[in-house]
Ligand binder design. Sequence first.
Ligand code: HEM
Length: 209
Amino acid sequence: MDQESTQRVHALVVRINHWINALAILIMVVSGWRIYNASPLFGFTFPSDWTLGGWLAGAIQWHFAAMWLLVLNGLVYLGYGILSGHFRRKLLPFSPVAALRDVGTALRGKLAHEDLAVYNAAQRAAYLGVIALAVVLVLSGLVIWKPVQFHALGQLMGDYEGARYVHFFAMASVVMFVIVHVAMVALVPRTLVSMFTGRAPRPASAKGA
Ligand code: HEM
């Protein structure tokens, strides 16, 4: 396909950030489940086969290693998103009413996603939400890691014990996001191609413009 009939939909930095983030989140979640199993908050544990690290100390090492990847990569993404105008162009303005309407349309199987350069309101809500969740995960993780040094932050979350619950529910919400996100990508597979190549067909309505 030539340059004329395609358009750039994802900047290289966003694509690199996205895939590093997906890997880091995967490692964080499955090593986190092993850490959880050593001291469960609820009456269940995660199946060992779904966890990473082999034992508590091994899982903590994976968790901390991927934590640096997640945080450094996340800072580049946030910095780029704010300074380049990427967030303003692609995720804003955000309207909760439009997001609910788009979710309803999507559930009826009628949400068009012809122009991959533009996120619909449901996508904007999901992406802004998961970015906020990642920030909550990192902040609550800091409180669990260093409760004394991050005492003031901990007080906002009910101290060490509260931070564990905040961390758990933020993780569960991110996992829910990923399940829905990957299901949506499976429904519109050309979005996956564009997250690698950065380009997608120009919509018919924009051709010749
Ligand atoms: C294997 C897993 C994943 C796949 C296949 C995948 C695929 C995609 C695709 C295809 C898009 C572009 C959607 C479009 O153009 O309509 C996208 C965007 C996005 N994904 Fe994922 N994703 C995965 C994991 C994740 C994870 C784990 C997160 C965060 C926890 C995430 C967060 C995002 C965000 C925030 C965007 C918007 C990026 C931007 O434009 O700034 N994804 N993903």
